[in-house]
Write a protein that binds this ligand. Sequence first.
Ligand SMILES: Nc1ncnc2c1ncn2[C@@H]1O[C@H](COP(=O)(O)OP(=O)(O)OP(=O)(O)O)[C@@H](O)[C@H]1O
Ligand SMILES: [Mg+2]
Length: 312
Amino acid sequence: MTAMIEAKNLSRHFGPIKAVENVSFSVNKGEVLGFLGPNGAGKSTTMKMLTCFLAPTSGTALVCGHDVREDAREVRRRIGYLPENAPLYGEMEVGQFLRFVCDVRGISGKDASSAIDRVLGLCSLSDVVKQRIETLSKGFKRRVGLAQALVHDPDILILDEPTDGLDPNQKHDVRTLINGMAQEKCIILSTHILEEVDAVCTRAVIVANGKVVADASPNELKRRSSSHGAVTLSFEEVPDSSVSAALNGLAGVREVREEKLAGSRVVYTVLPQEGKELLSLVVKEAESKGWQVTDLRLELGQLDEVFREITS
Ligand SMILES: Nc1ncnc2c1ncn2[C@@H]1O[C@H](COP(=O)(O)OP(=O)(O)OP(=O)(O)O)[C@@H](O)[C@H]1O
Ligand SMILES: [Mg+2]
């Protein structure tokens, strides 16, 4: 399959600042690529180069085979872009603004009306179609930004923190929207919400200091977490020391961590030795000793742990 987006040694310097340095990756149709990294890592700058808002200092990117340095018009035609702090015309009503975006995109008449109706529905904006954008709340403005990115039903979506400022219901709706479109499109989104990566991304690229430091599926990344394969047991009341002693005594246990929570709750994290499986052993032990466990689970690993380990 030929990639829909191919970044090749993309670099962008601002004077002495190397915002993006030799970034390469490719994204195919059906993929949702999560772009992660600390503040200032170069995510937005990379997105601006992919969407022809900023010229690369060196390197380039191909979007559906079109070079961002030579063919900006063709590139922009194929992309829907939600920038961070999406600039909107505050004095326009939502409906007027979307019609304006249709004009710019060369969509007119009935096609424009049906495109606008479609995105108003997708982004839950029908109730505010007559409201001036400057009077909308932050979350609604974000949804208008998303609507303008979708109006021409592009094959490629580049979304810079699409759920930033949305309430939990709206976050959920936007993730559902992205999942619904994923098969048909090629999507890159940036986010600081790591659970979002689990919810919508098929792949995650982590950048730090302008460079790619990881490129893998969310599950592969989680397997690199030190808590991968651990078993956690929660207790409402701190049990006597025999519990911790018994856990420490199980075959294949590398370490038992104890974390006290609010009230008198406590969580034990039982970490396995390399390649060892602990779940069934721990379950048997808990059953045979009659422990009053409120929660017992196998940890698949945590993205935030991996993120911290890789980027700090
Ligand atoms: N126009 C500019 N002039 C000078 N420096 C810039 C400019 N744009 C970005 N930078 C710098 O480039 C680096 C990368 O910024 P960028 O906005 O791409 O980061 P980011 O990963 O999107 O961060 P965040 O998570 O905070 O959105 C930062 O050090 C930033 O200060
Ligand atoms: Mg950014």
